[in-house]
Design a protein. Structure first.
Length: 526
């Protein structure tokens, strides 16, 4: 690919680009401190961002990475120190000058931040139409070209609500790149994406760096992604940068916070043995020849899948492979065009809503973002479904909640509110609430999304702990291949609405299916 040595920033076309000289960082933070009340988030932090390089900032959830990113673009005021971008100290700039400086930078937000009422092409071209003299036709032409480059041809007239999460991520990236900025700040660009889509996003970042000499600052928890794209890695711990270097140097570090963060360099193959099947007992859930079509799109194509009782089955696959639609069939929220869905031995397809409600009482759901009720304490959240059922007495509810709190190690936080506990603790409370009804089956929806490696391992332990203590059947919908290998008894890999492979972790790793191997290796860190 031919490199474009000096593309103009279309928002400030007369301004020369910052030189690619290592002795002149494009962004520099010197002795920066930021506090929110009594909580000190950044403590005398020093960091240099080299022009034309990709710098990845890593660290535990809650360590201050997003705050650090906001200081670089002047969205977060600092209490002490200096923040310089393009040689200018942000605190000394007027509001007008700061806005002009920001035209040389762009930001890709974790949650897309697209305009719901605008088409994809209008979202991408928004900055050009609002802040440059480019004519509408020219801006839309650039938008279409960039969307084609990112594999989004045909989406130009769609609204963001019609896109998948991975597509929204690419649209937000296109919007950031369209004006040829010198610096792009990425806030966890791969969160919630499957390994194949993570690879695509990584390729886009590498392409932008090669073609436009782009400087990228990326917050990421995805170690496999970091191994592919990072020129430099900075590790944030306890409000300060405790490491700066290359990715191999990071892996060789003996600093305890980094060792705890990275954990084992290889995915762990589950050594667990599934609970023995009771004689004459069939699968807890079984799909037989299930097909589902939406319009011309065949989403499920003859799915045959058996979920063994008292075991952990993981459903893995790229975005759009059919995982969510499959789970909705298990829950009776969708009915197949053809096939049977047997839950605890009964075909739920012909059931009416009353009968389905009775079946669903045996389900527990653990949502991706916990979905706790903000106005109830931890204990109140766990008790909520039991109080809604109005079956148990208040004394019986209190006893059951107390038992679950003790068994899941939530005693210390039982009186706190959801806003006062960590993301990992909220996940555990979500599990406790799901278990309160003593379900026979628990479905986990992307339980490790947005978690750093330490948090992911904690959630894996939580799922296995619940399995041991409550002897339930678990279905885990996930993009996280390493987590899946760590916890699953059986893995079903979906591809384009069909089962590409199914088996134990060892059998999946040994699969000769090219798609399965590509999916595994995309999640592998070097």
């Amino acid at each position: 690919m031919v490199s474009q040595a000096d593309p103009h920033n279309l928002l400030v076309p007369d301004l020369p680009r910052w030189p690619l000289a290592s002795d002149r960082p494009v962004i520099e933070l010197v002795d920066v401190s930021v506090a929110f009340g009594a909580k000190q988030v950044l403590k005398g932090l020093d960091l240099r961002i080299e022009a034309g390089k990709t710098t990845v900032i890593m660290g535990r959830s809650g360590s201050g990475k997003s705050v650090l990113l906001k200081t670089m673009i002047g969205l977060q005021r600092i209490d002490r120190g200096r923040v310089l971008a393009f040689g200018q100290e942000l605190a000394r700039l007027s509001a007008v000058d700061l806005l002009e400086l920001r035209k040389r930078m762009a930001m890709v937000f974790q949650n897309y931040a697209l305009f719901d009422g605008m088409s994809v092409a209008e979202n991408v071209s928004f900055s050009l139409l609002e802040s440059s003299h480019m004519k509408h036709a020219a801006a839309m032409g650039l938008s279409h070209d960039l969307l084609a480059l990112l594999g989004l041809s045909g989406t130009e007239l769609l609204l963001p609500g019609e896109l998948s999460g991975g597509m929204k991520k690419r649209v937000s990236l296109a919007r950031a790149l369209i004006a040829n900025p010198e610096v792009v700040l990425f806030d966890e660009p791969t969160t919630g994406l499957d390994p194949l889509m993570v690879e695509k996003v990584d390729d886009m970042i590498l392409l932008a760096k090669e073609r436009y000499q782009l400087t990228s600052v990326i917050i990421s928890h995805d170690v496999a992604s970091v191994s592919r794209i990072a020129d430099r890695v900075a590790f944030l711990h306890d409000g300060a940068i405790i490491f700066q270097g290359t990715y191999p140097e990071l892996c060789a570090s003996t600093l305890p916070p980094i060792l705890a963060f990275l954990g084992s360099p290889e995915p762990v193959v589950a050594a667990r043995v599934a609970a023995p099947r009771v004689a004459h007992q069939g699968p807890a859930v079984e799909l037989v020849g299930v097909c589902k079509r939406f319009g011309d799109h065949e989403v499920l194509r003859g799915i045959d899948l058996a979920i063994e009782p008292r075991s952990i089955t993981a459903l893995i696959g790229a975005s759009g492979s059919g995982k969510s639609v499959l789970i909705k069939h298990v829950m009776g929220l969708l009915k197949p065009d053809r096939g049977e869905v047997r839950v605890f031995g009964r075909d739920i397809v012909p059931m009416n809503e009353r009968e389905l409600t009775e079946v669903r009482r045996q389900f527990g759901l653990v949502f991706q973002h916990a979905a706790l009720l903000d106005w109830l304490s931890v204990a109140g959240n766990i008790a909520f479904p039991l109080e809604e059922d109005r079956v148990l007495s208040k004394v019986a509810i209190k006893q059951r909640v107390h038992e679950i709190i003790e068994r899941l190690g939530l005693t210390e936080i039982m009186h706190r509110m959801p806003g006062e506990i960590s993301a990992g603790q909220r996940k555990r409370v979500g599990l406790a609430r799901a278990i309160a009804r003593k379900p026979a089956l628990i479905i986990y929806d992307e339980p490790t999304t947005g978690q750093d490696p330490v948090g992911t391992r904690d959630i894996d332990d939580m799922i296995q702990e619940a399995q041991r203590q409550f002897e339930i059947t678990s279905i885990v919908v996930s993009h996280d291949m390493q987590s899946t290998f760590r916890i699953a008894d059986r893995i079903a890999v979906l591809q384009d609405g069909a089962i590409a492979a199914i088996g134990t972790p060892s059998e999946i790793r040994a699969s000769t299916n090219a798609y399965v191997q590509r999916f595994i290796h995309a999640a592998h860190r070097d």
